[in-house]
Design a protein around this ligand. Structure first.
Ligand SMILES: C[S@@+](CC[C@H](N)C(=O)[O-])C[C@H]1O[C@@H](n2cnc3c(N)ncnc32)[C@H](O)[C@@H]1O
Length: 280
């Protein structure tokens, strides 16, 4: 579930959708609601939409007619997004959807022309610094609010704790920051880079925590997350395979039994163009 063409599975996205919905910062949706134009139809672009979870969460929180343009490079995920629609707006107005198979690191300003809102979720950490800088520029150029949610920040807490947790966490973060043929991925540095980029362009940025807090009722997600977490860590630092064998089996059994509480910190950003700069 990382960059360079590795596909994100629909099963993983379905499993994480309720946890994302519970974690997203609701006051940013409220701030957004107050800032969107009150007349006409909202034109909302969701970048790296996957199966369309962001629209299903946000569209019913915003009033008025909305048209969502869902961008992803994965045609299979877009097909699900086109079927699993958001439903009505907060006031019962219609919400329509179109899908666009595209690489969101190659968007032109014209692709976002007329946007009243741009969103992305669980996306930023998959990008390189250069790709994110380009995305920041093209989003800021659209002159509308930008809601970037569920970006990992590199903090994970497991309870009960184990001495090996920190080693695995460090190797996982290094894996997220690995160098690919596209360049070095940002992983947990993406939030700081996005903040600095929008700040440089004069936008106001609101930041909120949006942690996953997985307990006994999220055992399936916790187990899947743990498997991916330790797997990526061992891929990055192969000697961890030998060190973490018994640890991984024990932790996975705990997670599956709902006996492992996992907090995975994320951040949500709402970027608001300054009124005097929106049309520059
Ligand atoms: C972790 S998933 C998040 C999906 C969705 N936003 C959500 O919150 O459920 C990341 C998504 O970004 C897409 N993606 C990654 N890099 C992309 C790129 N350069 N252009 C278009 N889509 C991309 C993947 O195909 C995947 O659907």
């Amino acid at each position: 579930m990382t960059a360079e063409g590795i596909r994100v599975s629909r099963e993983w996205l379905a499993l994480r959708e309720p946890a994302d919905a519970a974690a997203r910062a609701p006051d940013l949706a409220e701030q957004l609601r107050r800032r969107l134009p009150t007349a006409g139809r909202q034109l909302i672009h969701d970048l790296g939409c996957g199966t369309g979870a962001m629209g299903r969460w946000l569209a019913p929180r915003l009033p008025g007619p909305q048209h969502w343009v869902l961008h992803d490079r994965d045609a299979d995920l877009l097909a699900i997004a086109a079927e699993d629609l958001p439903g009505e707006a907060a006031d019962g107005a219609a919400v329509t959807v179109e899908t666009r198979q595209s690489d969101i690191t190659r968007l032109d300003p014209g692709d976002l022309a007329g946007a009243t809102l741009i969103t992305a979720s669980a996306m930023l950490d998959l990008l390189t610094g250069e790709e994110l800088a380009g995305l920041v520029t093209v989003c800021a150029g659209a002159g509308c609010p930008v809601l970037l949610t569920m970006s990992v920040v590199g903090r994970v807490d497991l309870n009960p704790a184990d001495p090996l947790d920190a080693d695995v966490a460090a190797a996982f973060d290094a894996h997220q920051r690995r160098t690919t043929e596209r360049g070095r991925l940002l992983g947990p540095d993406a939030v700081a880079v996005a903040l600095a980029g929008f700040d440089r362009l004069g936008a106001e940025v609101l930041v909120r925590p949006s942690p996953w807090r997985l307990g006994a009722s999220d055992a399936d997600l916790a187990a899947q997350w743990f498997t991916g977490w330790v797997g990526a860590a061992c891929e990055q630092q192969v000697e961890l395979f030998a060190e973490t064998g018994a640890y991984a089996r024990r932790r996975l059994a705990e997670a599956t039994a709902g006996q492992l509480a996992v907090t995975v910190d994320h951040a949500d950003l709402l970027i608001l163009p300054r009124p005097d700069r929106a049309s520059e």
